[in-house]
Design a protein around this ligand. Sequence first.
Ligand SMILES: [Zn+2]
Length: 76
Amino acid sequence: MTASDWKKTLKQLEIKPVVKAKFIKHCKPKDRKTGVVTKKCERCGRFGAHISSYGLNLCRQCFREIAVEIGFKKYS
Ligand SMILES: [Zn+2]
């Protein structure tokens, strides 16, 4: 389970309070201060291939889509 979709699971367990409490105790991902999970794409929410240069905070796929709009130019 990725860190992004565990909230969905928690939402599904709203009708089962006992199971929900058990899920939170045993299955909830750790609150991390470092690592991949701390950096998230601001546009789509991906964790992989993060570009934090120039304060972009985008994944590589989103950067490819909007690079020209935000003023980057491809030289090759
Ligand atoms: Zn993205």
